[in-house]
Design a protein around this ligand. Structure first.
Ligand code: SF4
Length: 295
């Protein structure tokens, strides 16, 4: 198997067959991200992909259900290229759902018809790191799109009937602005229908631009308590029907909840946490976060 760069995939997809389709990210400019530092975006050759599929087909059953197409945002590839890749994957694994990351601008560059066509070929599960719906934060961290683009891109997926998951990154607006991010994000998400939301919070990782900004005082990090309050406010405002999964390493309050079913239970848990939160908790959680070198 060929793996030429870091493999970044959701922890929920650990059992998928991982096939390298791209390496790196077409954007690679978000100031908090160190996933692909120093790595140029590359596209795996069709020969390499077929070689890996052949090898994998000797090791795993032909009827596997999930393939993770690896890379920061393989959905950036042209419809023609993705068509070739999807057909190849389905040649070896005819029942596989092909999952992959997409950036919001990748979605906005594809038509609903493109998305439907790719879905019919198995590219039917997209993971989008929207981060949040608060424009000042998106702009500050250099995401390269605005909340209106998130709405547009995700609506296209919905019109095409493509399932999608999103990633929410708490704390991204910095100290004192968690409420604004939560309200703006809820307003956006209540117009959308992702089936799953990974809910995590930003870690200020050494080697990133945001780390430099935090050190020179330009960016003031949200406290752990503020992050929990941001989650509480966001979940309280959400009317979506989806799973919320906050088990990432950078989040100190891990849970999985199906909303609306578990909403009251989770809100109660968060309220209790907020009420009992001590300086010691703040110190312990922040200490753990500041030791992270990657997420
Ligand atoms: S956060 Fe995502 S889009 Fe931004 S640079 Fe990292 S991989 Fe690329």
């Amino acid at each position: 198997m060929h793996y030429n760069g870091p493999i970044v995939r959701p922890y929920t997809d650990a059992d998928s067959l991982i096939i390298e389709v791209t390496v790196g990210c077409t954007h690679n400019k978000c100031i908090f991200c160190n996933f692909y530092k120093g790595i140029d975006f590359q596209i795996a050759t069709i020969e390499q992909i077929e070689m890996d599929l052949k090898e994998a087909s000797r090791l795993v059953p032909r009827d596997i259900k999930n393939v993770w197409a690896s890379g920061g945002n393989p959905y950036a590839l042209s419809v023609e290229k993705l068509t070739t890749i999807a057909k190849l994957i389905r040649k070896y694994f005819p029942q596989a759902i092909i999952s992959m990351y997409a950036r919001v601008d990748d979605l906005c560059r594809k038509t609903v018809e493109d998305m439907m066509h790719l879905k019919d070929l198995g590219i039917a599960d997209i993971v989008v790191g929207i981060e949040n719906g608060y424009d000042p934060a998106l702009s500050y961290v250099n995401k390269g799109y605005r909340s209106a683009d998130i709405l547009e891109g995700c609506k296209r997926l919905e019109k095409a009937g493509v399932d999608y998951r999103i990633i929410y990154l708490g704390g991204l607006s910095g100290a004192g602005k968690g409420d604004l991010a939560a309200v703006a994000s809820a307003k956006l998400l209540n117009r959308l229908h992702p089936y799953y939301m990974f809910m995590t919070t930003v870690a200020i990782l050494p080697g990133t631009e945001i780390h430099v900004s935090a050190q020179n005082g330009e960016f003031e990090e949200a406290t752990e308590l503020e992050r929990i309050k941001e989650f509480r406010m966001l979940i309280g405002e959400l009317r979506n029907d989806m799973i919320i999964d906050s088990r990432s390493v950078a989040n100190m309050v891990p849970f999985v909840a199906q909303i609306p079913r578990d909403k009251e239970k989770i809100l109660h848990l968060l309220d209790k946490m907020i009420q009992d939160f001590s300086d010691k908790d703040e110190e312990a959680m922040h200490g753990r976060r500041s030791e992270l070198l990657s997420v």
